[in-house]
Ligand binder design. Structure first.
Ligand code: UGA
Length: 430
């Protein structure tokens, strides 16, 4: 099928590449001309394992192409997916101006039937708004449908998630729209759930909010474990073995970050409030998340007493492993607070240093973990990259001023670290 995608961020570009890989002819459109030019040369503007190869392969096969013009997107695709950003406003509500602008643009160029699909995460009832806008600005009598098809991929494993998702959610108002989306997803082996548009929009917000809630819950349990002398790894393993709860997203750490959870929990709370429901549980999820970061910073202070003037090595800056994304990264926030308190922070991350350098210049960047740890009073593990699991710890210990590791991700084995002579602290473990 001829498909257009407007917006080539993580979601848009991955969706485009995966749909092309499954045999569709996909045109990806982005307003950023420089980005389009580099995508045409096969250059992906962010790090996502396997994506550059998949893009290049499908460009070569002429199933995937790029353009800067929304008019082309409307002409090309029978279905047009919108995956432009919906960033948070200061009050937590989602800024939908990019969605609205694209909807108007589509309406201006539409000449015959098109299915317009929301792929971006949007608050419930955005689909109805889009329908109103397109109806208002389209030429008279041109038929169209709006649908919601939320994306559940995670950065770092975006292709695998997109190729074989747990479910494909299709929110539609007509059989025609349902048939088109079913046809698009036929080559994907995943259960399809068909709902109305509002339910599909809510499934996305409710899913992300629930996952964030699981993480905050695990972090709260970790705090209690620490006070009581229990081990959060054992506790969450035991809890997660209950099929009704499930083992995923119960890893305690320094709190959740990234471009989705913080934004979506806030937006879901805000839209619920606008509709007349006080979703206080979601405010608590956010509060626990901030408290988790503060508790970690307190732990650093407990070890170092005075942070000012100390050399601290930060291992990891990206909001999670296998990405160079530092948006809303808790690792970055921890580094910033320590630098503000007068610590000399030397950071190392396998992928995210270039991005971090552009926004944080009061921090030194090292070429290797050992260089970061040279003469350091403590090493903080802030992102659970595999590289940090497999370090030469003897070498690490030798280069440090004092062998202290504060592991915010429970990446290392406490017993092994202590046997090797490290002062080792982690989250919710004795
Ligand atoms: C999240 C969801 O997992 C995806 O399903 C969704 O499609 C995506 O948001 C989105 O809305 O676009 P993502 O933000 O890429 O995906 O990354 P996650 O793997 O969910 O991690 C989010 C944050 O939670 C990270 O900071 C991670 O370190 C933290 N986390 C995750 C924990 O602290 N503990 C856990 O057990 C799991």
């Amino acid at each position: 099928m001829d498909i257009s995608i407007i917006g080539t961020g993580y979601v848009g570009l991955t969706t485009g590449a995966c749909l092309a890989e499954r045999g569709h002819r996909v045109l990806c459109v982005d307003a950023d001309r420089a980005k389009v030019a580099s995508l045409r040369k096969g250059r992906v503007p962010f790090y996502e394992p396997g994506l550059a190869e998949l893009v290049a392969k499908n460009v070569r096969a002429k199933r995937l192409s790029f353009d800067g013009d929304n008019a082309k997107a409307v002409a090309h695709g029978k279905a047009i997916f919108i995956s432009v950003p919906t960033p948070p406003r200061p009050d937590g509500t989602a800024d939908l101006s990019a969605i609205e602008a694209v909807a108007r643009d589509i309406a201006r160029h539409i000449r015959d039937y098109r299915l317009i699909v929301e792929k971006s995460t949007v608050p419930v009832a955005t689909g109805s708004r889009m329908k109103e806008v397109i109806t208002k600005y389209r030429p008279a009598n041109v038929d169209f449908d709006v649908a919601s098809n939320p994306e559940f991929l995670r950065e770092g494993c975006a292709i695998a998630d997109s190729m074989s998702p747990d479910r494909i959610v299709i929110g539609v108002e007509s059989t025609r729209a349902e048939m088109i989306l079913r046809e698009i997803y036929k080559p994907f082996k995943a259960p399809v759930l068909v709902t109305n548009i509002k339910s599909a929009e809510l499934i996305k917000h409710a899913s992300n909010a629930f996952l964030a809630m699981k993480i905050s819950f695990a972090n709260a349990v970790a705090a209690v474990c620490e006070l009581a002398g229990a081990n959060v790894i054992e506790v969450t393993r035991g809890v997660g073995m209950d099929k009704r709860i499930g083992p995923g997203f119960l890893n305690a750490g320094i709190g959740y970050g990234g471009s989705c959870f913080p934004k979506d929990v806030a937006a879901f709370e805000a839209i619920s409030r606008e509709l007349g429901y006080d979703f206080g549980l979601l405010r608590e999820v956010q509060r626990v998340n901030e408290q988790t970061r503060d508790l970690f910073l307190k732990k650093v202070e407990r070890e170092l007493w005075i942070v000012k003037g100390k050399t601290i090595a930060a291992f990891g800056l990206s909001f999670k492993p296998n990405t160079d994304d530092i948006r809303e990264s808790v690792a970055v926030k921890v580094v910033q607070s320590l630098a503000e308190r007068g610590a000399h922070v030397r950071a190392y991350d396998p992928q995210a240093m270039e991005r971090a350098r552009a926004s944080m210049n009061h921090v030194a960047y090292a070429k290797s973990p050992y260089e970061a740890a040279k003469d350091a009073d403590a090493v903080l593990i802030l992102t659970e990259w595999d590289e940090f699991r497999d370090l030469d710890f003897r070498k690490l210990k030798k280069v440090m001023a004092h062998p202290t590791i504060i592991d915010g991700r429970n990446l290392l084995d406490p017993e092994r670290m202590r046997e090797m002579g490290f002062t080792y602290r982690s989250v919710g473990r004795p």
